[in-house]
Design a protein around this ligand. Sequence first.
Ligand SMILES: Cc1cc2nc3c(=O)[nH]c(=O)nc-3n(C[C@H](O)[C@H](O)[C@H](O)COP(=O)(O)O)c2cc1C
Ligand SMILES: [Fe+2]
Ligand SMILES: [Fe+2]
Length: 409
Amino acid sequence: MNKVMLAKNTYLLGKMDDREVPFHRLILAKGTTYNAYLLKTEKPTVIDTVDLEFGREFVEYLSELIDPKEIQYIVINHTEPDHSGGLAALAGRAPNATIVCTEIAVNELKEMYKLHSRSFLVVKDGDTLDIGGKTLKFKETPYLHTEETMITYCIEDKILFPCDIFSTHVATNAFFADEADFDIIEDFIGYYNAIIHPHRRYVRTVINALQELDVQMIAPSHGYILREDIQKYIDLYATMSADTINDKKVTIVYTTIRNSTKKVADNLKKIFEENNIQTSVFNADKSDKATILESIKEADAVFIGSSTKYADMIGNLEDVLKDLIKMDLEGKIGAAFGSYGWSGEAIEVIQDYLNQTNLDVQSTSHVIKTTGMTHVEFPVRVRFTPKDEQLKKIEHSATYVADLLLSAI
Ligand SMILES: Cc1cc2nc3c(=O)[nH]c(=O)nc-3n(C[C@H](O)[C@H](O)[C@H](O)COP(=O)(O)O)c2cc1C
Ligand SMILES: [Fe+2]
Ligand SMILES: [Fe+2]
């Protein structure tokens, strides 16, 4: 463990982990660090902790700086156990501390660390917390990279604590990027690509929020602290998360009884068009099959949908699907969707057909395994006429595909 002062009464407590740590199905060849922070103010506050495995060590080390009983707040920006893991050891030794986190994080932390009887302070976007001599300001950053995530800014120190965002996976004894004996950019970009890029849409919200803050130092929870040329790193995130491609096409084909599936198709189209993706929609019962297949040949992503009637697809859709199996659709994205009443078999039958093509067929399982996102579902199953939550679901799935199409990485 290492400690270093970042500002008056603001300490970094970092644990270096120089193993080839297995993480998110990656091997971190260069290891990593878990950076936690202590703000030794009138109401002493810890921001994030370390990996579960090093929790006890962390508390011992923290105890050299402060009696844990004096700690008033423990801010948890992100519940993944590489940062919240130290809570298991710290919460017991810091009985007077209130845990500060987003609403979604409360239950996750209670369940993971048996903290059901603990006092929590739920913070929302823009809330501030006076910790006696310093003030913390919180910004919720949902889906960057998990749903409950937030970032914390210390107004007096002008330090941003963004947890996983702006991190690097390097086991380092040089705390600051400007003290490293090599250029950290490659590792900084490598980390972004591995952890942040699948969630790049949400990076833009953070960059906009940063414009209102005077950030003099970025103190993330892995790797180097950034204090020189900060704008360079922020600009890199902005560039890497921007859309890089703009000539993509989507084709949507559906069949319907009373237009609920058409509404799903139209809502998918709306999201794609908002992302400047040219989108063609066909009712398979009203369009010429050759025209549909021609459009699919030209498309970069293909959505096929039907409502369910007596446990099966309806109309001419099966004819189209049979032809898709014979076509070369390499490199294109495929997805199934449909409106249904109670069981939605048609949607699963379409998925089975798509799996017989050489489309890159989207599935919830694949999304979870590659990005950890649980709000994006494939196939897109919508009960009856799409409303409220169901419209959100359509939006999440279409946005996910738009992001795949518009990024070069
Ligand atoms: C005759 C009939 C049979 C249906 N059979 C099923 C079924 O087997 N399973 C199911 O989940 N929904 C079933 N439904 C419900 C429809 O799939 C649901 O109403 C859907 O929203 C219709 O979408 P659409 O307007 O796009 O056709 C049936 C509806 C009708 C009218
Ligand atoms: Fe994380
Ligand atoms: Fe992390």
